[in-house]
Design a protein around this ligand. Structure first.
Ligand code: SAM
Length: 280
């Protein structure tokens, strides 16, 4: 038995440290260690990787990441009440778990991590999308991480893997598919969590491609996509008219009918449009 296996059940940890879940922190805990092991396994071979975990809470997924053989885990948790429970896990896995108390949006995690780095988390719903967009839009590509294995509300997970023409298709799908392979690898009912949230959840696994799928200037592509989907019911010639006065001609030149709406346009076409705008 490793040190981690000798830790008490999570329900006891929660009772001992008085960790009544707080809605304001998006606290829906996973207490079934078989389930956290299954999620950790979706991240692939962890043995040669540092793992960044956001929001470890009482540590169910943290334990699984260590048990699955992660070289080191860096866990960033905003709720100071959870820190003593996490320090107990650190003591059971000497030298392999570093816990930082703080807001993941403010902590510079990179300085504590050595590549290769995988990010694995059951994200708090209130900051999950913002963190994902940050990870997908770093100043340089390839990014500091090689894969992301992340739990979201199912509706958000579906937006990440959506295809053109579907209601879920938009900025998240385009940012994800431009430089990653993304797929849903697990879905979980509300009852898997304590307390159960109102909706189902899903785990998305994203692997960073070595280079973008199609060439484009990142800043221009992000601006075009943001404008196009900001007014998604408008025709593209209206939604994008702020970009250039001759936007209708530019759209036609790259093969996009100016009366089309953003949700029908493929990633390849958005990249062609971004190139035309950037170079023109
Ligand atoms: N990983 C645990 C699990 O699976 O049982 C808890 C997941 S719970 C959905 C989200 C966790 O993120 C909570 O522990 C919450 O306190 C923490 N959290 C919320 N906002 C955060 C932030 N801005 N930075 C770091 N952690 C945060």
């Amino acid at each position: 038995m490793s040190g981690i296996d000798t830790l008490p059940p999570l329900r006891e940890v929660i009772a001992a440290h008085d960790l009544a879940p707080r809605k304001s922190l998006g606290q829906n805990f996973l207490l079934d260690l078989n389930l956290t092991a299954k999620i950790a396994r979706q991240a692939g071979d962890l043995s040669k990787c540092d793992v960044l975990e956001i929001g470890p809470g009482p540590g169910g997924l943290t334990r699984a990441l260590l048990a699955e053989g992660a070289r080191r885990v860096l866990a960033i948790e905003k709720d100071a009440r959870c820190l003593p429970a996490l320090e107990d896990i650190a003591a059971a896995a000497p030298g392999r778990l570093k816990v930082i108390g703080g807001d993941a949006l403010a902590v510079d995690s990179r300085q504590h991590l050595t590549p290769p780095i995988r990010i694995v988390a059951n994200l708090p719903y209130n900051v999950g999308t913002e963190l994902l967009v940050r990870w997908l839009t770093p100043p340089e590509w390839p990014p500091f991480w090689s894969s992301l294995t992340l739990m979201f509300q199912r509706e958000v997970a579906e937006r990440i893997v959506a295809h053109p023409g579907s209601k879920a298709y938009g900025r998240l799908a385009l940012l994800a598919s431009w430089r990653c392979d993304a797929r849903i690898v697990m879905t979980l009912p509300p009852g898997a969590f304590t307390p159960p949230p109102k909706v189902s959840s899903a785990v998305v696994h994203l692997t960073a491609l070595p280079a973008p799928r199609y060439p484009a200037d990142a800043g221009t592509l992000e601006r075009v996509i943001a404008m196009a989907f900001n007014q998604r019911r408008k025709m593209l010639r209206s939604a994008l008219k702020g970009l250039r006065p001759d936007i209708e001609d530019v759209l036609r030149a790259v093969g996009i009918p100016p009366t089309d709406r953003a949700e029908t346009v493929t990633l390849e076409k958005f990249c062609a449009l971004a190139r035309a705008i950037h170079t023109g």
